[in-house]
Design a protein around this ligand. Structure first.
Ligand code: NAD
Length: 441
C-alpha cells in the first residue's frame, strides 16, 4: 500500500551545528553541483538506482526519480559555529577542497555566516572559539536556538527545516537520570543543569520546532530516552549516530563477507592518522572515548561471539586514532586482520586506505538530510533505523540490537523506499522465475 508522501515543495533549509570540514565540503559541493561544476558522486540518493518489481521487468529508476526528494537547487544552508568564519573562510581553513573549486562558489559560500553557537568547553576541551551565546541558562539557550530556527526559516522563505549535527565530538557521557525522561530533561533545563551537553540543546530545540534531527557525530545528542520521547510526542523524525566513512565503512564491507563465508577472525587491529580539527578534538582522551565506543560496536555485532564462538569467541579488536597535523583531512588508515580457515589455518588481510574523510562524509550528510526530510513528509517519526546504512553506531528502539552489516542495511533502506511508494518488497528469493519456467513447459 502506498504511503501518503507529501510533495517536496518550496525550499528545504538544512541547518548545521558545526560548520567545519564536513559541513563546508557538503555546502561547497552542492553549490558546485548546482552550477554544473561537479557531480554528486558518493550520494546514493542522487546517483544510485533501485530495482522495482521482477528482474525481468527491467525497472531501475534513479532513487531521486522514484521518491519525491527535495531538489538540490531547493536547499538553503545555514548553521552555527563557535568560530565566526563564513563558510568560504571555514572551507579554506579546512583545506579539503582545492582553492580553485572554492573560488567557483565563493559568493554562495561567503554569504553563509554562522549563528552564535551553544557551546560549553567542558564538553570539547580542545576548541577555543569565541562566537558563542554567552550568559544564557540551559533553558534560555534552548529558547535561543528555537528562535534562530524560526528566524532562519522566515528570512529564507523555507518550507521545511532539517537540523544536521556536524559539530565536534563531545566528551563521553554515561546515561544519567536527567536524560531518562522528557520531564526530567525539561526540569534539568529549568534548573540550568550543566550536565546537559550543547548537542542535546540543539536536538531539543529542533524537535520543539518540528524539524527532523540527524546526529553525524558519536556523542549521544538525540540518542537518549528524553529526546526520543520528545520526537514521538512532536511526531518528528530523528537519526544517528556518527557518519559511517573511512575505516568503519571498510570494516562493515569486509566483515560481513568473512562472516558470510564462515571464516574465523581472531584479531582486528585498526589504527589511523589524521590531522584535521576533528583529529585535534579526538586527541583528548575524553572525546576519543566517545569515538572509540562508536567504532568498537561495529564488529561485535557482525562477528558475533555468542552466536559463533568457534569463529569469533577469541576476537581481539583494537582501534587507535592518532592526531598527525601534516596529513590534514587526508586520513590514512591501516587494518591488520588475522583470520583463520579450514582446519584452523591462519591467514592475514592488510588494508591501507588513503582516504579523504570529508569527501566520504559529505554525500552521506546530504543523503541523511534529504532522506530524513522525506521520512517526515511520509509521516514517519521517531527513530529512523532504515538510515543505519549511513551510520557507524545506529540508533535503534530500546532493546533492539543494531544491524551493522552494510548490505543488510542497504536492503532495509531500499525496501523502506519501496514500501513508502507502494512497490513490492524484494526478498531475493527468486524461485518464482523457475516456477514460471516449469509452468510454461
Ligand atoms: N569526516 C568524517 O569522515 C566523519 C565521519 C564520522 C563522523 N564525523 C564527525 O562529524 C563531526 C564533524 O567532523 P569535521 O571533520 O567536520 O570536524 P571539524 O572539527 O572540521 O568541524 C566541527 C565544527 O564544529 C564546531 N563546533 C564544535 N562544537 C560546536 C557547537 N557546540 N556548536 C556549533 N559548532 C560547534 C567546531 O568549531 C568545528 O568548526 C565530528 O564530530 C566528527 O567526529 C566525521
Amino acid at each position: 500500500m502506498k504511503q501518503q508522501v507529501n510533495e517536496a515543495k518550496g525550499k528545504l533549509g538544512i541547518l548545521i551545528p558545526g560548520l567545519g570540514a564536513v559541513a563546508t565540503t557538503l555546502i561547497a559541493g552542492v553549490a558546485g553541483i548546482n552550477k554544473g561544476y561537479s557531480k554528486p558522486i558518493g550520494s546514493v540518493s542522487q546517483l544510485s538506482r533501485i530495482r522495482l518489481g521482477k528482474r525481468t521487468e527491467d525497472r531501475n529508476p534513479l532513487i531521486k526519480d522514484f521518491v519525491p526528494l527535495a531538489k538540490l537547487e531547493d536547499i538553503v544552508f545555514g548553521g552555527w559555529d563557535v568560530y565566526a568564519d563564513n563558510v568560504f573562510e571555514a572551507a579554506s581553513k579546512a583545506r579539503v577542497l582545492e582553492p580553485y573549486q572554492l573560488e567557483q562558489v565563493r559568493a554562495e559560500l561567503e554569504q553563509i555566516k554562522p549563528m552564535k553557537a551553544v557551546f560549553d568547553r567542558n564538553f570539547v576541551k580542545n576548541l577555543d572559539g569565541q562566537h558563542i551565546k554567552e550568559g544564557f541558562t540551559r533553558r534560555a539557550l534552548a529558547d535561543a536556538v528555537q528562535a534562530d530556527i524560526q528566524n532562519f526559516k522566515k528570512e529564507n522563505n523555507c518550507d521545511r527545516i532539517v537540523v544536521l549535527w556536524c559539530g565536534s565530538t563531545e566528551k563521553y557521557i554515561e546515561g544519567n537520570a536527567i536524560f531518562d525522561s522528557l520531564k526530567n530533561f525539561e526540569d534539568a533545563l529549568d534548573q540550568n543543569d550543566l550536565r546537559i551537553p550543547p548537542s542535546m540543546i540543539y536536538a531539543y530545540a529542533a524537535l520543539k520546532q518540528g524539524a527532523p534531527y540527524v546526529n553525524g557525530a558519536p556523542n549521544l545528542s538525540c540518542d537518549v530516552p528524553a529526546i526520543v520521547e520528545l520526537a514521538q510526542l512532536m511526531q518528528v523524525a530523528i537519526a544517528g549516530k556518527d557518519f559511517k566513512t573511512g575505516q568503519t565503512l571498510m570494516k562493515t564491507i569486509v566483515a560481513p563477507g568473512l562472516q558470510a563465508r564462515a571464516l574465523g577472525v581472531e584479531g582486528w587491529f585498526s589504527t589511523n592518522i589524521l590531522g584535521n580539527r576533528d583529529g585535534l578534538v579526538l586527541d583528548d582522551p575524553e572525546n576519543f572515548k566517545t569515538k572509540e565506543v562508536s567504532k568498537l560496536s561495529v564488529l561485535e555485532e557482525i562477528l558475533d561471539a555468542k552466536k559463533n564462538p568457534e569463529l569469533y569467541g577469541n576476537l581481539y579488536h583494537k582501534v587507535r586514532i592518532n592526531y598527525y597535523p601534516p596529513h590534514g583531512d587526508n586520513k590514512e588508515s591501516w587494518d591488520n586482520i588475522d583470520i583463520f580457515g579450514w582446519m584452523g589455518y591462519k591467514m592475514q588481510i592488510k588494508i591501507n586506505f588513503l582516504c579523504r574523510d570529508s569527501i566520504l562524509a559529505a554525500p552521506v550528510a546530504l543523503d541523511l538530510a534529504l532522506f530524513i526530510d522525506l521520512a517526515q513528509r511520509a509521516g514517519m517519526f521517531g527513530i529512523q533505523e532504515w538510515l543505519s546504512f549511513y551510520l557507524k553506531s545506529p540508533q535503534t528502539a530500546p532493546g533492539l540490537p543494531p544491524e551493522h552489516d552494510i548490505f543488510k542495511q542497504l536492503i532495509k533502506l531500499q525496501n523502506t523506499l519501496r514500501h513508502m511508494m507502494g512497490e513490492d518488497l524484494i526478498t531475493h528469493l527468486g524461485l518464482d522465475y523457475y516456477q514460471e519456467l516449469v509452468d510454461s513447459m
